[in-house]
Design a protein around this ligand. Structure first.
Ligand code: PXL
Length: 244
């Protein structure tokens, strides 16, 4: 049961590859991590990004998949259209089942992308993926729709180029799941906190871990929503983490 994260490094380890590896471990699968870019940041402030060249990312992926059999992967911060195209190519080459967190902006406000990535994701990545996990802002960027309520979210989910969960942290806790056109609304209580750094990364990596443990897609999503909710309640994210 070996899974893979292809994402950026947050050295404070609340988000990005380091956080994904911890989530994989917590749920009980062996995680591998492909680094697309380094960042300098903490939960309060984003300083800078140093992207890795696509050729080297390809070498990282090939080196792991040369030795390990991997079925499920997640993608996080991909930074540029070139990296998106490379990752899409590797997904096809290795027949990987990919969960895409369409990361564009950090919770701390830092810009995690060089340019608008939505069109490259729509064209190359999402059509080759089994699920994407946008928040409201990301879903708006992927579809061009404004999402103000549940009906808007359902409409947007029908435009997204693969199965999706549009997370409801900024929509009264209304999570909109669309699997093969079948809609499930999963409402969650909103917890009042500023400490959400890394929650998006953890949701998609939890889904991959549950899938690798033979849960179906819907069960994996529901279990992961609960995993992140409990984490927020326990103060496992953002600056509260140092206090556990
Ligand atoms: O949650 C988005 C995200 C993804 N990847 C990296 C990040 C962040 C947010 O800070 O740092 C590396």
């Amino acid at each position: 049961m070996i899974v893979m994260s292809i994402a950026g490094v947050d050295p404070s380890a609340g988000a990005g590859v380091f956080a994904d590896l911890k989530t994989f471990q917590a749920i009980g699968v062996y995680g591998t991590g492909i680094v697309t870019s380094l960042t300098a940041q903490n939960p309060y402030k984003f300083f800078s990004t140093l992207p890795i060249g696509p050729e080297y990312i390809e070498e990282e992926i090939d080196s792991v998949l040369d030795a390990y059999e991997v079925e499920f992967i997640k993608t996080g911060m991909l930074y540029s259209p070139e990296i998106i195209r490379l990752v899409s190519k590797k997904i096809k080459q290795y027949h990987l089942k990919a969960v895409v967190d369409p990361v564009m902006v950090a919770t701390s406000g830092g810009d995690l992308t060089k340019e608008d990535l939505a069109s490259a994701m729509n064209k190359h990545l999402l059509p080759n993926s089994i699920l994407t996990t946008p928040n409201i802002t990301e879903a708006e960027k992927l579809t061009g729709f404004e999402i103000k309520n549940e009906d808007d979210a359902i409409k947007a989910s029908k435009e997204i180029k693969c199965n999706s969960i549009i997370t409801g942290g900024h929509l009264d806790g209304i999570n909109t799941i669309n699997i093969d056109g079948e809609i499930t609304i999963q409402k969650q209580e909103l917890i009042k906190t500023d400490n959400l750094h890394g929650t998006g990364c953890n949701l998609s990596s939890a889904i991959v871990a549950y899938l690798a443990k033979n849960n179906d897609l819907k069960t994996s999503i529901l279990k992961s929503l609960n995993y992140v909710y409990e984490g927020i309640k326990n103060g496992n994210y953002g600056t509260l983490i140092a206090k556990i």
